[in-house]
Design a protein around this ligand. Structure first.
Ligand code: ZN
Length: 432
């Protein structure tokens, strides 16, 4: 009988560790049922009915197992989430008492203080798993977990690829790795950057919305540009709850202001009120209608997917790889994506283009100054040989290049790209 149950579980794609628990549970359930079953006629019929009985008991037990997994076990033991959405995995339904127990938080400039302040207001027994992306430099180190541990509320650490999702823990994205949430598991990936970032807020939010749908709460805190809006919109489309920090309360208002403008989140709150709201949401079952995006909807495609790319060709090139960008609309948000999966919001693309213009202008200035130097050298050479006419020709050229270089230098001086703003401020985290 146990072999049959194992076969069944294997077909259902249940992970080996869970399967052994289930085999025991099914055996007990079957033994009980057989003991209390009415007398069955004939040996062949008995085998057939017995097989059907085992199958139905296994199905029921597997269904119940999902419920056990969602129910808190003991206060000391953190709740683990099932792995139902893993490839070929077991689909389970949340128990009716499940609240918004997957919290995803995104911040960039001014984000360290905001995240620490939010964590400070959370209870140590928060019945939710918390995931944090702070836009950090790919090459830098991140001490955010240590900073959050000082708040003495929830344990915080850099996420580890493949670890279980557990309530009452904070998973922080390490530098240069995307933090993704799968059903029951944490994933880290070096996929293409989004809005020039890895880790990226939108990438985390999108993965959580896909895995846990209406159980997710998305929180956008202090930051520049419009990072987080696309991810928050996806949380909203999947029926999750959405919160933006009150822009007046944020050290850098643009990120939450953009989220408010484009997503109309359920709540916009000062930082001090976000923690209590998360506690309240964790105890409230998701009730909103789920507007799940169909899997074949172009905007639901995976980054890096091959042809056909979602949307239409934009005529722009990807600032990260030079490839063509396709544009697509999601709600009010326009997105750009290249073949290999670099993704940009309009503000991020604008910032990247401004950086490209800046680099091109400095390149132009360098070329002009080299031209001045070359003409001056040739002018001197001609004068030393007594060729006054040729020397004057090179002098005129040098003067013309000097005038152009001066104009360009003035232009560069006056030009401030959005990227400059972002670079100035990321509270030790910074963009690339
Ligand atoms: Zn690209």
């Amino acid at each position: 009988m146990r072999a049959r149950v194992r076969d069944w579980l294997n077909q259902l794609g249940v992970a080996r560790a869970d399967a052994e628990d289930l085999v025991l549970a099914c055996s007990e359930a079957c033994a009980n049922s057989v003991e209390h079953a009415p007398a069955l006629p004939g040996p062949n019929a008995l085998v057939v009915r017995g097989t059907l009985l085992v199958d139905s008991i296994v199905k029921l037990t597997v269904r119940d197992y999902g419920r056990w997994h969602f129910a808190p076990r003991t206060p000391e033991e953190p709740q683990r989430y099932d792995a139902g959405d893993e490839p070929g995995g077991l689909k389970t339904q949340p128990a009716s008492h499940s609240g918004h127990d997957i919290v995803v938080i995104g911040a960039s400039a001014g984000g360290v203080g905001a995240i620490a302040g939010l964590v400070r207001s959370l209870p140590a027994d928060l019945p939710a798993a918390v995931f944090v992306v702070l836009h950090v430099m790919s090459t830098g180190t991140s001490v955010l977990p240590e900073i959050l541990l000082r708040e003495r509320t929830l344990p915080a650490a850099h996420a580890v690829d493949g670890e279980h999702v557990e309530q009452g823990r904070i998973y922080v994205a390490p530098p240069d790795l995307h933090l993704l949430v799968e059903r029951g598991r944490v994933r880290l990936s070096r996929d293409a950057k989004e809005n020039g970032h890895r880790p990226a807020i939108d990438t985390l939010f999108r993965s959580a919305a896909r895995a846990y749908e209406s159980r997710v709460v998305g929180v956008v805190l202090s930051g520049v540009l419009d990072d987080g809006s696309a991810g928050l919109l996806r949380v909203n489309l999947h029926g999750g709850a959405t919160i933006a920090q009150d822009p007046e309360d944020a050290l850098y208002a643009a990120m939450s202001q953009n989220a408010i403008d484009h997503v109309q989140p359920d709540l916009d709150l000062p930082l001090a009120d976000i923690g209590p709201a998360l506690v309240e949401l964790a105890g409230r079952p998701p009730s909103r209608e789920i507007l799940t995006i169909a899997p074949n909807d172009p905007v639901a495609g995976d980054p890096g997917s091959l042809d056909p790319q979602p949307g239409k060709p934009s005529g722009f090139t990807c600032p990260d790889c030079g490839g063509a960008l396709w544009e697509s609309e999601e709600g009010e948000i326009l997105r750009f994506r290249c073949r290999v999966g670099h993704q940009f919001s309009t503000e991020s693309l604008f910032a990247e283009q401004a950086e490209g213009v800046d680099a091109a202008l400095w390149g132009g200035l360098r070329a002009l100054e080299e031209r001045v130097a070359l003409n001056r050298r040739l002018e001197e050479r001609m004068r030393s040989r007594g060729q006054a006419r040729n020397a004057e020709r090179f002098e005129r050229r040098a003067q013309e290049s000097e005038r152009n270089a001066a104009l360009l230098r003035d232009l560069l001086h006056d030009l401030q790209s959005p990227r400059d703003v972002a670079d100035d401020v990321d509270a030790g985290a910074g963009r690339r």
